[in-house]
Design a protein around this ligand. Sequence first.
Ligand SMILES: *Cc1c(COP(=O)(O)O)cnc(C)c1O
Length: 425
Amino acid sequence: MDHFLYKKGALHAEDVAVRNIAAEVGTPFYCYSTATLTRHYQLFTQALDPMPHLVCFAIKSLSNIAVLKVLGNLGAGMDVVSGGEYQRALAAGVSGEKIVFSGVGKTQDEMRMALLGGIRQFNVESEAELLALSQVASFLDKIAPITIRVNPDVDAKTHEKIATGKKENKFGIPINRASEVYALAASLPGIDVIGIDVHIGSQLTDLAPFEEAYFKIAELTVRLREQGHNIRRLDLGGGLGIPYEKSNLPLPLPSDYGALIKRTLGHLGCEIEIEPGRLISGNAGILVSKVIYVKEGEGQDFLILDAAMNDLVRPSMYGAHHDIIPVQEAAIGAKTRPYDIVGPVCETGDTFAKARPLTDLTAGDLVAFRSAGAYGAVMASEYNSRPLIPEVLVHGHNFAVIRPRPTLEEMIARDRMPEWLSNES
Ligand SMILES: *Cc1c(COP(=O)(O)O)cnc(C)c1O
């Protein structure tokens, strides 16, 4: 169910008119739906019932602590890839016992933070990391529960920048070296080997690569158990894709994904963990922007928006498509024309869409980028000295600013003048 719909011609986020939010917070801004976040989390947990499981939201896709609180209140765990994300999970009230720590480059400071604050498990990605974790845990007189991330060498058939499960990618240890690395792990002080971790990529639109990977994980589970390891938890990563275009073929649903997990891994009696990010947060968010100018070009018209690549980088970074719709619904049968939709940043790469058919728009009109909840706000920067844009959370008839827009003074005040320059007059 879509919670960003037109009601009497006005785009709403749940029961709030988007233009009312714009009037109060200004544009551009991100807007998230509590109902969508809730529903998507529940689809996953229902899909895994009755297997023992924990759905750990991948914080890197959308990290505002109000969003984490919504999911944490429903019982979600969290998947973190940095000390900063770990602290966000705690700040949202999620207990350490529900936080898994992923990532290829955990520092010893981050390990210490998680061991002292509480952690469900570390997903270890290399022997060097294993040795470092053993040292840190031993020094603190703690036991670090771990899985080892294996790289199953499958082609996720997704964008090359977000494919992680091929042997040439930097992630995990090659699956054919697993026995060796698990033996090392079992021999180290401060380490408790509890399971296996795998994550093959993001925005997967087909279940076949998951199936190939999970068959390999099932085999590996049996083999490692024969070698004496008590494998009791399988972390299957995230990666299920979402339809960015209305015209996309029907994509696999969380229920299909859950059925696949049961079929490939259900007989092993392991606790299942998954780490979805995009499928929970992607369609739970829109980016709202205002038309600054319509510029008539040669052959095409440019729609120049007040949002730019620094606010939503996916189109320029991944060539990603976002549906862009007017906040005031177009009249039925109104003629469309092709617009190049761009931001104000001084780069040609600051283009959101080319020759996108839209009905006539004029300066001051509002548009919304759909499916902008995941990898939107979290990847934003202040390029061109454009302050990070606000985030708003909607819940029924209510909305709240969950991150205010900084003033230009606040942005600039973070810089410091060195003494030798400030003394010059
Ligand atoms: C990025 C990532 C995820 C989330 O991926 P989505 O495609 O957003 O579901 C989960 N686990 C790990 C280890 C990741 O790197």
